[in-house]
Design a binder for this molecule. Structure first.
Ligand code: F0G
Length: 459
């Protein structure tokens, strides 16, 4: 008899443990008051389940720790570099690979060379550091996700797709002002939603017809490839690595935060085909990051990433990864908690606007929900709403389009019982949502206010 079972199996067993500290509600209330009600200001040792980000926080494997022992710290031409370069090129066969300490360093290099006043960079949705680096160069960052991607409740298998008509219209009108078209896979700021192979193919065709290169912001490339494998017609029998290679073949380059799918605690790269552009980028690299065979990384980091890349495309791992994120989102949905649907790859996004309708946007419903999750159960999540996006360059404050709270899932780090606990905590807080207060800021920094602002509850 061939049985099939539905329990999600973590495709690993635990080899080394990291203790978690249980705190009392009284301890959490005092930690919150001390942190000015900003969960970024908490000590991580006061957090039980940390869902602030999936970046750099995943568990490395036995084989990654073993690879670290092979780290060769030679300044130039280290064997660790050659192993890293080969692992990157195996999945992303671009001519030039430029190692950086994390994703935003690759963005900084690319946009300082390609950006500048008068330039426009389209993307499905720019991540905040990408937008900030585009804007820091003087260029304009344009978000062009399909309309379904802006609607928390709309169901679409590839809600991260770029709006091809809008892209074509932009290029027809201003192609000389567009140095590069970006595509973020998966679309983090839009709910971790995937981009289809057909959409990437079409974006590539349009960009190339206008003579503009296409670059991927590919932090979550393996999760995106898994969604293509599962949801796109004719893709279900392919190897994940093969899908990744096809996606890469449609682009002219990429930026990468290796702190996500490649399982790095730190790391990133910029990769591209254009020789002249690569030379300019390497010159900036040497000024800001390091010599081209290590960039911003130690030899041991390069080894950990080379090994991590081979694990990232394992189908057993990806089935578990996407399945366990959906398990959390679907359970919350069944419990009546409003979430962004369908569930994305690396995170579940709670819709605080729907849940805390009694709190006006300028009293930060997402912030209130994030505080309540920590107070109730020591769960740390991140507001993605008016706190993050509300302050405008002209000094005014306006409500963000969506008031979300992101539960980002670190890779291979928490077990199913941790996830069951999170479901209990979120459901309990949601039942009492009508009693949660709004917040006002008592301190607001000049930029990126969500990181260091301080608050007090209203009433
Ligand atoms: N691009 C995307 C789509 C990202 O999600 C991130 C980081 C970056 C670029 C920048 O990479 O952090 O290595 O400099 N996202 C993290 C997050 C911080 O929590 O979503 P980095």
């Amino acid at each position: 008899m061939d049985y099939t079972f539905s329990t999600i199996i973590e495709p690993f067993r635990i080899h080394s443990v990291e203790p978690l500290r249980l705190t009392s509600a009284a301890e959490r209330r005092s930690a919150l008051a001390e942190a000015g009600y900003n969960v970024f200001n908490l000590r991580s040792t006061d957090v039980l389940i940390d869902l602030l980000t999936d970046s750099g926080t995943g568990a490395m494997s036995r084989d990654q720790w073993a690879a670290i022992q092979h780290g060769d710290e030679s300044y130039a031409g280290s064997p660790s570099w050659f192993r890293f370069e080969a692992a990157v090129k195996d999945l992303f066969p671009f001519r030039h690979v430029i190692p950086t300490h994390q994703g935003r360093a690759a963005e900084k290099i690319l946009f300082s060379v390609l950006g500048g006043p008068g330039k426009v960079i389209p993307n499905n949705t720019h991540f905040d550091t990408t937008r900030a680096n585009v804007e820091a160069s003087g260029a304009t960052a344009l978000d062009m996700v399909i309309p379904e991607g802006r609607d928390a409740a709309a169901i679409h298998p590839f809600k991260g797709n770029i709006d091809l008509e809008a892209l074509e219209a932009l290029l027809a009108e201003r192609r000389d002002d567009v140095p590069v078209v970006m595509l973020t896979i998966t679309n983090n700021s839009g709910g971790g939603q995937p981009v289809s192979l057909a959409n990437i193919r079409a974006a590539s065709e349009i960009s190339h017809r206008y003579g503009v290169p296409l670059f991927l912001d590919a932090c979550r490339f393996a999760e995106n490839a898994w969604f293509i494998h599962e949801r796109e017609e004719g893709q279900g029998d392919r190897e994940v690595a093969d899908i990744v290679r096809e996606v890469a073949s449609l682009a002219d380059g990429m930026t990468m935060s290796a702190k996500k799918d490649p399982f790095g605690n730190i790391g990133g790269w910029l990769a591209l085909n254009d020789d002249a552009l690569a030379e300019k980028c390497r010159n900036v690299l040497i000024l800001t990051e390091g010599f081209p065979t290590y960039g911003g990384l130690a030899g041991r980091d390069l080894e950990a990433l080379a090994q991590g890349l081979s694990e990232a495309v394992s189908p057993d791992y990806l089935r578990y990864r996407i399945g366990s994120t959906a398990y959390l989102g679907d359970a919350l949905d069944r419990a009546g908690v409003p979430v962004v649907k369908p569930i994305g790859g690396h995170a579940v996004y709670l819709d605080a606007k729907a849940l805390l309708a009694h709190i006006p946007p300028l009293q930060y419903p997402g912030q209130s929900l994030a505080v309540a999750l920590y107070e109730a159960g020591g769960v740390r999540a991140c507001e993605i709403g008016t706190v993050m996006f509300g302050r405008q360059p002209d000094g005014s404050e306006v409500p963000a389009a969506m008031e979300l709270v992101r539960l980002a899932i670190p890779r291979r780090t928490y077990t199913q019982s941790h996830v069951d606990y999170v479901i209990e905590v979120v459901s309990a807080v949601a039942r009492d949502a009508a009693s949660l207060p709004g917040y006002r800021m008592t301190y607001e920094p000049a930029a990126l206010r969500h990181f260091t602002a301080r608050y007090e509850p209203i009433g």
